[in-house]
Design a protein. Structure first.
Length: 745
């Protein structure tokens, strides 16, 4: 216990009874947890085999085991029940498999096997899988199992979440089929043992007597079935110690319930609560800024992080004109750090959504700044982006067989392996590309009717798209291709958690194409980006989402895209109201506390969303940061203070109506003739926060105007400060009136 601070020592020495170790970010909770385990073993309070130590990830379990090995040597081999929830649950289920209708050698299904089984059951039940996808049912079953619900426990309203009331029927059929196959899915690894414990008290008593001490890491991330499982285990000796931080509960989308840690002292009324508040990671200003922000949340146990280190630099807030300028500014700041001798391995950029990484990747490729993507693929390596690019490659180069092969049956067009093999055979026999062979084979009867019809439609679509390539802007045509091919619809119908993110990535892809002169020049740019040598062993800037950053730390952290609608995410607020807002704020807290020496927040006055420029206001989280601990670099006309005032009276969950606000870079942009015009104010209303702008009075329907990107056009509609313009070459677009001028001016 050498080197432990007083609260850490208290957490180690309080061995008897329930203990909640409320451990803030960077407070040394893993050290305290492993010291507690070692203390229990060294003082012979329990044999290693009498301790249940649960983590969430295999990585965390390995780290804990290695730390324990350094402390207690070979005795660590006796910690047979140190592992993840699922690994321990699987071990228990194999021991009592017959009580769950299984044999001990049962198979654990992966996601692909689970979906194939669900598709069979959906087909047998006569359900339209296009309307009710197997992924949707799989997600619901996973949610029900995380909630501790067997088919018989399912509330009537939950059954109606799928196929007009067939949810419970299909869940029952699915579980029966699993038993026939002697198989279990991941959800069963915890739900089945919980069910056994409830139905067989003798089995439960066996484990309650075995485990003299229980330790749980990251307790704030537990879901309902994990919570119920642990509560039953703890009713024996009641020596349960849970470690967690309610301020870092950010995984509700995968079932985590922050309420579990908030009510621990009510579940165990004699619980000892130990707060670890001394931070060993960040400077005083970073901790104070993060603490001031998270104090806005009502549903928290409350703690104040502090450090013996210097106050350090204030959290810097930087306003920029638009997204591209944000990427340029961050790149320049990182290069300045490099010149001061900072390693790129000590620098991280944290985004709210994956589509935000694209502009940074493109910029860093351009300036030669090495980077890595953590927790996901580089933008142009993501599956949905590769699929879309394959469509564009076939359009630009019909002889690109690899691209054609990738998309010929994506989305599904009823072409089986045999049909595709026949297209290959014809292409080889006649020495022509696959796309040409496809056009010829659909004129024959060599393919089944449905497949032949779908392939003929694809061939015709490509012919028509190539004709449009010379008349439509290439980015507009790209959107048409993704729509008419059914590719966007495929992801919109997908009910999986990542589907919406894939749609956002596709929107960002077509938006990025607008920065290039042609489809060919864009594809050439992508090819050069893809050639970036990711395997080179050299320091790299880390780019990742805020969710992926939890548990990590960097000397210098750039928190980007802090604007309303982006962060906090408007979709999250729409779906979850107050609960989601507080989770978004916890996510912001996690992001700031990743920084050890320097944290910088950026927000842009303008974003291009779905191909249209949209004015933005800073995130409400910017206004919630305590002013004494931030340094605001901005030319915005009182934007942050006005936002603070507006938030005092406004509904915090309403959508923000964005209509041109004076953003950073205003003076420079005004000199270039690009700045929005008119009076700027923020109005507080009972149901919304509005950034108002008076529309221009010098523009009329039928008037000819000029736009720097789209050229000349005619105004066909006016709505406030938004114009519907029919451009001579770019087609119909909706743009802000501040971005146009009368033709010939």
């Amino acid at each position: 216990m050498d080197g432990l601070n007083p609260p850490q020592r208290e957490a180690v020495l309080t061995t008897e009874g329930p203990v909640l170790m409320l451990a803030g970010a960077g407070t040394g909770k893993t050290r305290a947890l492993t010291a507690r385990l070692s203390h229990i073993i060294y003082t012979q309070r329990a044999w290693p085999s009498e301790i249940l130590a649960v983590t969430f990830t295999n990585k965390a379990a390995r780290e804990m085991r290695e730390r324990m090995r350094a402390m207690i040597g070979d005795m660590v081999e006796g910690l047979r029940y140190l592992g993840t929830f699922h690994s321990i649950g699987a071990r228990m289920l194999r021991k009592h498999a017959e009580l769950a209708g299984l044999q001990s050698n049962f198979t654990i299904l992966d996601t692909d096997d689970q979906l194939r089984l669900l598709k069979q059951l959906i087909r047998d039940a006569g359900v339209d899988e296009k309307r009710w996808p197997a992924k949707m049912l799989g997600g619901l079953i996973d949610r029900w199992k995380n909630g501790g619900l067997n088919p018989a426990d399912l509330p009537r309203e939950e059954s109606y979440a799928y196929a007009d009331g067939k949810g419970a029927q299909l869940y029952t059929a699915y579980q029966a089929r699993l038993r026939e196959l002697n198989a279990a899915d991941f959800g069963d690894l915890l739900l089945a043992p919980l069910t056994i414990f409830r139905r067989h008290p003798d089995v439960l008593r066996e484990y309650q007597q075995r485990f003299r001490y229980i330790l749980v890491d990251e307790y704030q991330d537990t879901n309902t079935v994990q919570y119920l499982w642990l509560r039953l285990m703890a009713q024996g000796h009641r020596n349960i110690c849970v470690v967690g931080d309610d301020d870092q509960s950010i995984y509700s989308w995968r079932g985590a319930e922050v309420a579990n840690i908030l009510r621990f002292d009510k579940d165990f009324e004699d619980a000892t609560v130990v707060k670890l508040e001394q931070n060993y990671r960040s400077t005083g200003n970073i901790l104070a800024a993060a603490g001031g922000l998270i104090s806005r949340n009502s549903g928290r146990l409350g703690k104040t992080l502090w450090t013996e280190d210097d106050a350090g630099s204030p959290v810097k807030i930087v306003g920029v004109w638009d997204g591209p300028e944000e990427a340029r500014r961050v790149g320049e700041d990182i290069e300045a750090l490099q010149r001061r001798g900072v390693s790129l391995d000590d620098v991280a950029i944290l985004v709210r959504a994956q589509f935000q990484t694209r502009e940074f990747e493109d910029r860093f490729i351009y300036i030669g700044l090495p980077y890595r993507i953590v927790g996901g693929f580089r933008f142009y390596e993501r599956a949905e982006i590769r699929d879309a690019l394959a469509y564009f490659r076939v359009l630009a180069q019909p002889a690109d067989d690899l691209a054609f092969e990738r998309i010929v049956n994506t989305p599904k067009r009823g072409l089986g392996d045999k049909s595709i093999a026949k297209v290959h055979q014809l292409a080889r026999a006649e020495g022509v590309p696959l796309s040409v062979a496809a056009g010829r084979i659909v004129q024959t009867n060599d393919l089944p009717g449905a497949g032949r019809k779908a392939l003929a439609q694809l061939v015709e679509d490509f012919r028509r798209w190539r004709e449009q390539l010379s008349t439509l802007p290439h980015a507009e045509l790209a959107r048409i291709i993704l729509e008419e091919s059914g590719y966007i619809a495929m992801w919109q119908a997908d009910r999986s958690a990542e589907a919406q993110g894939r749609v956002e990535n596709l929107n960002e892809l077509t938006r990025a194409m607008e920065d290039f002169d042609s489809m060919e020049s864009f594809l050439e740019h992508v090819a050069l980006v893809m050639e970036n040598d990711a395997a080179r062993e050299e320091p790299k800037v880390t780019i990742m989402t805020l969710h992926a950053a939890k548990g990590l730390e960097y000397d210098h952290v750039f928190l980007v895209g802090w604007e309303e609608g982006v962060f906090p995410s408007q979709r999250s607020l729409d779906e979850g109201g107050t609960k989601s807002l507080e989770e978004e704020r916890r996510l912001a807290y996690v992001g700031i506390t990743r920084a050890k020496q320097r944290a910088q927040i950026t927000h842009a006055a303008n974003r291009r969303i779905y191909g249209q420029w949209t004015s933005s206001i800073p995130s409400r989280f910017v206004a919630e940061l305590p002013e004494d601990h931030v340094d605001q670099e901005t030319t915005m006309s009182g934007g942050a203070s006005l936002w603070r005032a507006a938030l005092d009276d406004a509904d915090p969950f309403a959508k923000v109506e964005r209509r041109g606000t004076r953003g950073p870079g205003w003076q420079r942009a005004a000199a270039m003739g690009k700045a929005p015009r008119g009076t700027h104010q923020i109005e507080s209303k009972p149901v919304s926060v509005t950034v108002g702008q008076r529309a221009r009075t010098d523009l009329k329907i039928g008037q000819r105007v000029f736009h720097q990107k789209f050229g000349n056009g005619e105004i066909v509609g006016i709505e406030g400060n938004k114009l519907e313009i029919s451009f001579d070459k770019a087609g119909s677009k909706r743009v802000l009136d501040s971005f146009v001028e009368p033709a010939g001016a």
